[in-house]
Design a protein around this ligand. Structure first.
Ligand code: GDP
Length: 405
């Protein structure tokens, strides 16, 4: 049986990107860093663990969404693998409904690409808070500042760059964390060393930290005097402010790295925990009941309700991926598929990891699990306590829409 995690420590996360930006590689490196896989998979030799469908391996793109759970610093991160290819954007939309936050990946050379723009708009539409990861910093011409500028110009968002790269292109070896004013340097054996800001970068790091503090203070009710770029004292205040700005969609924290070279993944995982919302931080999900509007908050004591976002046929049977919005569900429970006007019985409930599935006793509000034993529920089905039906499909799509500035 899997351990239970406090809902505050759960992150339901999607990685959104233009095809080729490095989403698969980042997913791989996250699973590697969190100990789910012990060997680094490589996209080019077809050994990655998330792209398990042979068709996906052949095509080298992620077609089908799958959810994978991993743990980092006491937090449970549920990675919902969203398809990046534009032909499958309806599947992207479905997966956006079950995310609480996202990492948007940019190619450090190409910056904002047309597909990035379309996933960005979709994420706006569903009110998904996001952080940006500028990948491929090892490539000639890669430039975090230029990408941040294209985020501002083309996506009309407010980028807040929180790292200063150490070294350029092939010499990219680390970052200065401008929030904590510490440096992180990677070595070729995948170890990361934390230390003081290198002497040669101190002036530049201080200047950048001040700009970051000013940009935050402009948008957040925090006195600028509270910040002192040279001490770590301001780090918790700055982190809290960055989290507020991220969760409200007012700004986008920008990090950087080179997934291929396994650089920048640990700070990315830290940032996911620090800045992106837990299921408790997002507004209740809306739906309808007999034509009337209804909503469900992430309360484990409320009646059970959830949304099926993916169905996979596996060698061991049908696996139904479920986002639980409210309540608690157990093996053997009878649930109502409201849209299909059918009743089904919950089989084994599994926490899906890349390498194995762990059976859990219950799934509660905020969880993402796979359920065995459901015979008919399709992607998009609303499953709930028969005594408290609610329909999320279509109505939920419309109701989670937020205004796009
Ligand atoms: P996806 O289509 O977004 O899933 O992108 P992939 O992860 O499949 O990566 C696309 C290509 O870019 C692959 O050939 C990767 O090896 C390569 N790639 C990924 N990350 C990096 C990086 O940090 N630096 C460089 N130079 N190449 C990378």
């Amino acid at each position: 049986m899997g351990m239970r995690t406090n809902l505050n420590d759960v992150r339901n996360l999607g990685i959104l990107a233009h095809v080729d930006a490095g989403k698969t590689t980042i997913t791989e490196r996250i699973l590697y860093a969190t100990g789910v896989t012990y060997k680094r998979g490589e996209v080019h030799d077809g050994t990655t663990v998330t792209d398990f469908d042979p068709q996906e391996r052949d095509r080298g793109i992620t077609i089908f969404a799958a959810a994978v759970s991993c743990a980092w610093n006491g937090r449970q991160i549920n990675l919902i693998d969203t398809p990046g290819h534009v032909d499958f954007s309806h599947e992207v939309e479905r997966s956006l409904r079950v995310l609480d936050g996202a990492v948007v990946v940019f190619d450090g050379v190409a910056g904002v690409e047309p597909q990035t723009e379309s996933v960005w708009r979709q994420a706006d539409r569903y009110g998904v808070p996001r952080i940006a990861f500028v990948n491929k910093l090892d490539r000639p011409g890669a430039d975090v500042d230029a990408v941040a500028e294209s985020i501002r110009a083309r996506l009309r968002a407010t980028p807040l760059v929180v790292q200063l790269p150490i070294g350029r292109e092939a010499g990219f070896t680390g970052v200065v964390d401008l929030v904590r004013m510490r440096s992180l340097i990677w070595s070729d054996d995948d170890t990361v060393e934390e230390g003081p800001v290198p002497e040669a970068l101190q002036d530049e790091a201080r200047r950048r930290a001040r700009l970051l503090h000013e940009a935050v203070a402009e948008r957040h009710p925090l006195a600028l005097e509270e910040f002192c770029a040279e001490s770590a004292v301001s780090a918790p205040t700055l982190t809290a402010a960055l989290r507020d700005l991220t969760c409200s969609g007012e700004a986008v924290v920008v990090l950087c790295g080179s997934a291929y070279r396994n650089r920048g993944i640990e700070p990315l995982l830290d940032a996911i925990g620090a800045y992106l919302p837990s299921p408790l931080d997002v507004p209740p999900v809306r739906g309808t009941r007999d034509g009337e509007a209804g909503e469900r908050a992430a309360d484990p004591a409320a009646p059970f309700a959830g949304l099926v976002f993916k169905v996979n046929s596996t060698a061991s049977g049908r696996l139904t991926y479920l986002r639980v919005y409210s309540g608690t569900v157990r093996r053997g429970d009878t649930v109502r598929d409201v849209g299909a006007r059918r009743t089904e019985r919950i089989g084994r409930i599994l926490r899906v990891r890349a390498d194995r599935h762990t059976e859990v006793a219950v799934a509660v509000a905020g969880d993402i699990v796979a359920v065995a034993g459901l015979k008919a529920a399709a992607a998009g089905a609303s499953l709930c306590d028969p005594a408290a039906p609610i329909l999320f499909e279509s109505a939920a799509v419309a109701d989670r829409v937020v205004s796009v500035a």
